[in-house]
Write a protein that binds this ligand. Structure first.
Ligand code: ADP
Ligand code: MG
Length: 538
């Protein structure tokens, strides 16, 4: 039987894994490495992927793209020396290489994969990830959240019931997720993070420090010098995770009238820690936010899982332990743990492993615009997915023959303050007095986190449906900002909403008084709609 591989398609690095003889293992790539830089470069009329592309990033910066994951789900094109590509195509090039390397390693064709994405990825980003797989010739049988994969790899779902905090500090991003495990079922309770915080920032900070040292501070730093220096900096950083000092040695870095110039600098771990401390401290904010969102304190956390190459840094491990008062789980390499979990998920789906059920959550509230411009929640933020919610709405005007379903995402009370995900009209409702037609609106999020919304006129059976794609991509910075804004404007929003409700109440009493015999509503608790207005009959 053909194997299904697990892929961690990372911002900085990607990893492939597979379950062999019941054990998940990392597949080494064609270069003999266990991780592959998620970098694509157009060089000498061909595309390079991985390590060789990463080597091009400074000398051939216009032909090289890294961190394409941040652009997933966006309509923008990436120009590599005149060759234009959508983000999906660039990701597909990375996936193609991973597929090829896995095929060479396993000695069989690979056509199916489970791919991981950050828990905060929205519909477009998940759809785009699936599409990348398709372009690369891989059927993506499931998209799963990275923290969920990490917990699977640790087998924590089997060992214990409880709350697990996943701290993921990678190359370009930082995420905290809190998962709850009970009887083999697990659920993401909250997620929080920063899409622009990772190992790259640490490298840049060390680089900035080094160029102030003799003799670099006297040189004109061209791309060639920068390229060599950046490579040396990352190497030094990695070395300092296991040694106390490291020497950065760059002979012949430049020349002047006296001959060649060499650069040598011994970086100690304490100096390195001093340089990176502000970045490490920044991660604490997200940890606190995730705890707060899940309504938990550090004492409630039973297990801590470290994910991402940057958690190999002793200072990071020490701080996490200090903040959470707990020794993090050990035993699985933090930069491989997500791919291993994806491989386990793949084996669950192919029936090789049967004892686990997966549940994930939505990062933001999904609402429909209702009468007066309010956002009426259908699926709450951090709700477990897959899920489906149906509510009944009705028209607000007499002889209203169409309603517009406007779907928004966010925590604000008014629809216009949230992010618009899409809208559609349901037409052909037979003319009737207001509130008589029954319109069934369903929000459905599948196991991959992709949202479909349908509206059905119960009278005629007429139905309209959309799957949310298009202009709706949110980074977790935006998610964080939307949550922050919701808090900031809470009071103002509440007033606006109350004002709308007050007005509507007056209108609604008028309607009720006039048409009492016609309306079959026991409890019109929420006004739903749609540019013309509707009632929720729930
Ligand atoms: P991502 O998931 O963001 O794609 P990874 O989890 O692979 O990336 O993390 C990559 C980052 O980890 C890079 O910045 C890399 O320099 C850093 N890294 C890898 N190994 C070590 C190490 N031993 N010590 C410190 N940093 C490391
Ligand atoms: Mg990662």
């Amino acid at each position: 039987m053909s194997k299904v591989i697990g892929i961690d398609l990372g911002t900085s690095n990607s990893v492939i894994a597979v379950v062999e003889n019941g054990e998940p293992i990392v597949i080494t790539n064609a270069e003999g490495d266990r991780t592959t830089p998620s970098v694509v470069s157009f060089h000498n009329n061909e595309y390079l992927v991985g390590k060789f592309a990463k080597n091009q990033r400074i000398m051939n910066s216009k032909g090289t793209i890294s961190s394409v994951k941040r652009k997933m789900g966006k309509r923008e094109q990436i120009d590599l020396l005149g060759n234009k590509h959508f983000p999906e195509e660039i990701s597909a090039k990375i996936l193609q290489k991973l597929k090829r390397d896995a095929e060479a390693y396993l000695g069989m064709p690979i056509t199916k994969a489970v791919i991981t994405v950050p828990a905060y990825f929205d519909n477009d980003q998940r759809e785009a990830t699936k599409k990348s797989g398709e372009i690369a010739g891989l059927e993506v049988i499931r998209i799963i959240n990275e923290p969920t994969a990490a917990v699977l790899a640790y087998g924590l779902n089997k060992k214990s019931n409880g709350l697990i905090l996943v701290y993921d500090f990678g190359g370009g991003t930082f995420d905290t997720s809190i998962l709850e495990v009970s009887d083999g079922v697990f659920e993401v309770k909250s997620t929080s993070g920063d899409t622009y915080l990772g190992g790259d920032d640490l490298d840049n900070a060390v680089y900035d420090f080094l160029i102030q040292q003799e003799p670099l501070n006297t040189l004109n730093i061209d791309n060639q010098i920068k390229s060599r220096l950046m490579e040396a900096v990352e190497k030094a950083k990695i070395e300092l995770s296991s040694t106390n000092t490291t020497t950065i040695n760059l002979p012949f870095i430049s020349t002047n009238e006296n001959g060649p110039i060499h650069f040598e600098y011994t970086l100690t771990r304490p100096k390195f820690e001093e340089i990176i401390m502000p970045f490490v401290m920044k991660t604490k904010k997200s940890v606190d936010q995730a705890l707060q969102d899940a309504n938990l304190s550090t004492n409630d956390i039973d297990e801590v899982v470290l994910v991402g190459g940057s958690t190999r840094i002793p200072l990071v491990q020490q701080k996490v332990k200090e903040w959470l008062g707990k020794e993090p789980c050990r035993g699985v390499n933090p930069d491989e743990v997500v791919a291993l979990g994806a491989a386990i998920q793949a084996s669950i789906l192919t029936g090789d492993t049967t004892d686990i059920v997966l549940l994930d959550v939505t990062p933001l509230t999904l609402s429909v615009e209702t009468l007066g411009g309010r956002a009426t929640p259908m699926i709450n933020r951090n709700a477990t997915i897959p899920c489906s919610v149906t509510e009944i709405f009705t028209t607000a005007k007499d002889m209203q023959t169409s309603v517009e379903i406007h779907i928004v995402q966010g925590e604000r009370a008014m629809a216009s303050d949230n992010k618009s995900l899409g809208r559609f009209m349901l037409e052909g409702i037979p003319p009737a007095p207001a509130r008589l037609p029954q319109i069934e609106v369903t929000f459905d999020i599948d196991a991959n986190g992709i949202l479909s919304v349908s509206a059905k006129d119960k009278g005629t059976g007429k139905e309209q449906k959309i799957t949310i794609t298009g202009s709706s991509t949110l980074t977790d910075d935006e998610v964080a900002k939307m949550i922050e804004d919701a808090k900031k404007y809470e009071e103002e929003d509440r007033k606006k909403k109350e004002e709308v409700e007050r007005k509507l109440k007056i209108e609604s009493t008028v309607y009720s008084a006039q048409r009492l015999s016609l309306i079959h509503i026991s409890e019109p608790t929420r006004l739903l709609s749609i540019s013309y207005a509707v009632f929720c009959l729930k």
